[in-house]
Design a protein around this ligand. Sequence first.
Ligand SMILES: *[C@@H]1O[C@H](CO)[C@@H](O)[C@H](O)[C@H]1NC(C)=O
Length: 360
Amino acid sequence: MAAVLVSFTILAGATAASAQGHVSSDGWRSKVSRVTSPLPQDTISDDSIAKITHFDWRNVEGRSYVTADVQQHSPLYCGSCWVHGTIAALNDRIKIARKGRFPDIMLSRQAVMDCIPDPKNATAPPPGCMGGDAWMIHDYMAQQPISDETCQPYEARNRPEGCTPANQCRNCASPPDDKPNAPGKCFEVPNWVGYRVSEHGHLPPGDVFAMKKEIVARGPIVCSMIADDEFVYRYASNVERHGGVFVDTRHHTIKEVDHDIEIIGWEDEERNGGPSHWIARNSWGRFWGEGGYFRIGPIGENTLFIETDCAWAVPTFDELESALDGKWLGDYIHGRVRVPHSSRFSHRPRRSSLASENRV
Ligand SMILES: *[C@@H]1O[C@H](CO)[C@@H](O)[C@H](O)[C@H]1NC(C)=O
């Protein structure tokens, strides 16, 4: 028990502003956006969204459209919530846009940390674990591609060399025969599979209908919030008192906003005696909250400022689709190489069945 208390004290010491990694861009830069298609907030009527009393991307007609869960503070503490909330929404939006088809894509959180520049100071190192905001990632991906985790896994630290080609996509060679215990040399893979966003923007602050419309029409959104001690350390006891939903009773100010999370759905109906609430994914591990997820409400009361600052983006994945169409194959050293038109074969997995006639 003593050990737990000690570690809590250490953590609490770090929970000043932006402890989880959200750095607000309010006040020093207007938030950029790129909007080219009609917005769900304008095209879906209030009446029709009000009729959807519960929605959850983890279970849409029996299927989950969310990708794998990860943890921002392991193997090291890292203020990368802004990367996690934003990338989780993009991963899920890729899965949703592709109707759940193979493969699930996990964009490289480490490449985002190493490559997204400090918007206030172009000569400063990329902020990474020092925190940032969702629009920084959306804006970058509107101009440049990001690789996936197979190119560069998460290390929970700012790599000192920054956005080098090998930090965007790498492979590592085996050690020489005469030194089998030496580390293999890592090298840049030049032709990796990149992902971008075609448009992105912000939702009007406090507009819960706009939030719901965006979630239903195009997928999860990333929102900032306050991760106060009650939420971080006492989530379980809070929801036990409030019918399974985190309810806040304190007075907060917007300056305390320090965290970014992904909202994947909501419940309007009272369930287990709790109030209406958002369903969200956190980035603190399966062991935190509701298996890594949480419920917070009531909807419309801006609990912990969760309805004030939400962003969305539309991901694109043409290079992945062209691989599945057989337009390229992968090389150990160079990455993807073009396949001549005459020798293209589809790489899309063929539909199979467990029915007995298929097993003959
Ligand atoms: C920008 O970053 C560089 C490198 O870290 C630093 O030397 C410089 O003082 C910074 N400029 C401002 C205006 O903060």
